[in-house]
Design a protein around this ligand. Structure first.
Ligand code: ADP
Ligand code: MG
Length: 237
């Protein structure tokens, strides 16, 4: 079984290496993604990709940084959750590797929505995932944090843990996602996000998504993105 897994994993990695993002694949089953993710997507009735997904996911699978803009309702959540699951899966991430991906959301409600989609499409993976949005005691959250592979959180609460939770290790972090980056900025979280980024390893993949391309977002992008792929989905009228 182990041998077979290794072979599957190396063939998956090879397919990702050979993937040409210019080929806009239209269904999830054509993408080089793992069986657990494909099963999770199909059990959640996701089959075809939306525009932002088909343009962003191939780059993200190849570990590129992304600055993505597409209006509300265009499917940005899967555009980052599929790469989060896949990039950790191909690295054979386990409970011993600690936090692999951090997803920042401007509001608790949006964080909860992301977490629910993650639970649905990630149901056949063995990653641990947590929601960090306050509302529970800091102590209660602290105990669970150390064991998490993927966290969905609001900026203020995340910074509080980074500053105060000694056993919270982020030095292995592979991916940072900022969802609704425009709203994160509009809500005045600029300094909080800067401080969070100061805690994180420089070598990482960063995916930044927003509904609009604002100047503030590009300021933030300068801080945190390396040679990003710009993925901008406009409606053609
Ligand atoms: P955004 O973050 O861009 O506002 P969401 O990720 O919240 O968009 O998705 C909007 C809606 O579209 C959700 O109801 C979601 O389930 C649905 N959706 C997303 N991707 C797909 C897809 N590939 N196929 C069908 N429905 C999708
Ligand atoms: Mg969204």
């Amino acid at each position: 079984k182990r041998k077979r897994n290794e072979e599957e994993l190396s063939s998956l990695t090879q397919r990702v290496d050979e993937l040409d993002p210019k080929n806009r694949l239209k269904v999830f089953s054509e993408l080089p993604i793992s069986e657990p993710t494909l099963s999770g997507l199909s059990a959640s009735h996701y089959r075809g990709l939306t525009d932002i997904q088909l343009r962003a996911i191939p780059h993200a699978l190849k570990s590129h940084d992304i600055l993505g803009a597409a209006k509300t309702g265009s499917g940005k959540t899967l555009a980052f959750l599929v790469p989060v699951l896949e990039n950790l899966y191909r690295k054979q991430w386990t409970e011993y590797d600690g936090l692999g991906a951090l997803i920042l959301s401007p509001t608790r409600e949006l964080a909860i929505q992301i977490f629910e989609v993650l639970r649905k499409i990630g149901r056949y993976h063995s990653f641990s995932a947590g929601l960090v949005i306050g509302g529970k005691s800091l102590r209660e959250e602290q105990e669970r944090l150390a064991r998490m592979n993927i966290l969905v959180c609001t900026p203020g609460r995340m910074l509080q843990h980074l500053d105060q939770t000694a056993e919270f290790e982020v030095s292995n972090l592979q991916m940072l996602v900022l969802d609704e980056a425009d709203r994160i900025m509009d809500m005045g979280f600029q300094n909080t996000v800067d401080a969070i980024i100061d805690h994180l390893p420089k070598e990482r993949q960063t995916l930044l998504f927003s509904a609009t391309q604002t100047k503030k977002v590009s300021d933030l992008a300068r801080l945190s993105l390396q040679d990003p792929e710009y993925v901008d989905v406009h409606e053609t009228a």
